[in-house]
Design a protein around this ligand. Structure first.
Ligand code: GLU
Ligand code: MG
Length: 425
């Protein structure tokens, strides 16, 4: 009798949806993987394969599963063996448009050129909707808010544990029906892999309770946003390289230069970290998302918030920099790849950090963020250094996919656009 256990081999795409193929687990080879199609990268958030794209009907790829990512993905009928894959050409060489491969290459650059590695923790916010799309709540950090999310929350945490994802914090957030989950810090590749899984497992856990969980950046233009905050620290040979008591805001020379690189390329970066047609509605002042391109000491309106160390840490192992302008419409591997390349640029130029704010934004002068994702994309195309980070076909496909989304959303109000993303994310 054949074994009916399913293996699902997947990749997270340019709109941060996880797509892949299933096969009998017993048949899976981690060296040859499963077949895949380049134009799959051109499917937008609303399920349309946008044309033109650089690939059309031509080409073949392989999804080569990384055995280290194997985990139990919970389905109602039993667990599935879930793998994240690298996309390769048929001869096994890396495909230049594979988001996960791009992150590996960026991390290799950071290590080779600067002898630095990156530790990362993703912090996700999401909203729980019931079957009639009513948000659970009110809650804002209360036990009532916590229990309004039960038994979904218990199921989600159990499913995360079952998949080997070490969640560190779970809380009822400020918005109605809004929750936040943070996963323990780990090496950057593993953190991005876990971010993909976290979103899928939370959405699946909600489905299993007859609910919907959405990571859409906003459910309404006036609502509290769902952010993705990326906590990062630099390491060399097991020593933290982020904190220095005498540096600006406690940043070490390496961390200062890395932050300066991010500030230099902020506009271009945003095209990759907040890429949807509604992402920029969230990036405005007084939403505690990110209001401007500056480093802020403990400031929740900063692009880069310097997080304090926890009590008892005298050497800075818990000190980290939080990038706050990402959302879950962005592929986590590409978010980190873009951030790492920007950091490498700052490190290469030993760039000085010139925008550290210690007060409220209303009392300080700072550079605003670009007003729209189109402005961010233009900035990316005008930034020669940023353009060298990614292959032309990847950039062209990302632009085509989002253009297709704009066509899909044409004529809709901002509120309707927010809801359209909430339906699919
Ligand atoms: N909801 C805020 C955002 O859109 C973040 C609030 C916080 O956790 O500081 O990013
Ligand atoms: Mg939060």
């Amino acid at each position: 009798m054949s074994d009916d256990r399913l293996a699902f081999v997947a990749t997270n795409d340019l709109v941060a949806l996880t797509r892949g193929r299933g096969l009998p687990s017993a048949d899976l080879s981690v060296t040859s993987g499963v077949g895949w199609v380049p134009a799959d990268l051109a499917i937008n958030s609303f399920g349309h394969l946008v044309e033109p794209n650089p690939f059309g009907a031509l080409g073949d790829l392989r999804l080569i599963p990384d055995p280290k990512t194997k985990c139990a993905f919970p389905l109602p009928g039993g667990d599935v063996d879930f793998y994240l894959a690298d996309q390769t050409l048929p001869d096994g060489s890396p495909w230049e448009c594979c988001p996960r491969t791009n992150l590996k290459q960026a991390l290799a650059r950071l290590l080779a050129d600067h002898r630095l590695s990156l530790t990362v923790a993703f912090e996700h916010e999401f909203a729980l909707l019931d079957a009639t799309d009513r948000q659970a709540g009110p809650g804002a950090f209360t036990i009532g808010g916590l229990t309004a999310g039960e038994p979904f929350g218990s199921r989600a945490r159990r499913n995360l544990n079952g998949a080997g994802i070490e969640w560190e914090n779970w809380l009822p957030e400020y918005g109605p029906g809004q929750f936040e989950v943070t996963v323990r810090p780990s090496d950057a590749l593993r953190a991005a892999d876990a971010a993909v899984l976290t979103r899928e497992i939370i959405r699946e856990s909600a489905r299993q309770e007859g609910l919907r969980a959405t990571f859409a950046p906003l459910l309404d233009p006036n609502a509290v946003g769902n952010g993705v905050h990326v906590h990062m620290s630099l390491w060399r040979d097991g020593q933290q390289m982020t904190f220095d008591v005498s540096g600006p805001a406690g940043l070490s020379p390496s961390a200062s230069q890395a932050c300066a690189g991010i500030l230099t390329h902020t506009s271009a970066l945003l095209a990759w970290t907040a890429p949807s047609r509604v992402s920029f509605l969230r990036l405005t002042p007084h939403r505690w998302s990110s209001a401007g391109a500056f480093v802020g000491l403990h400031n929740r309106e900063a692009l880069l918030r310097v997080s304090p160390m926890v009590p008892g840490d005298t050497v800075g192992r818990t000190f980290n920099i939080e990038y706050r302008a990402a959302d879950a419409t962005a592929n986590p591997h590409l978010v980190l790849a873009a951030l790492v390349h920007a950091m490498c640029d700052g490190l290469e130029r030993a760039a000085p950090i010139d925008r550290v704010l210690t007060g409220h934004i209303d009392d300080e002068v700072f550079d605003p963020l670009p007003p729209t994702v189109d402005a961010a994309h233009e900035a990316f195309l005008a930034d020669e250094i940023a353009q060298s980070w990614f292959a032309d076909d990847l950039v062209t496909t990302a632009a085509a996919v989002r253009r297709g989304e704009e066509e899909h959303l044409a004529g809709l109000s901002e509120a309707e656009r927010c809801r359209a993303y909430a339906e699919v994310l």
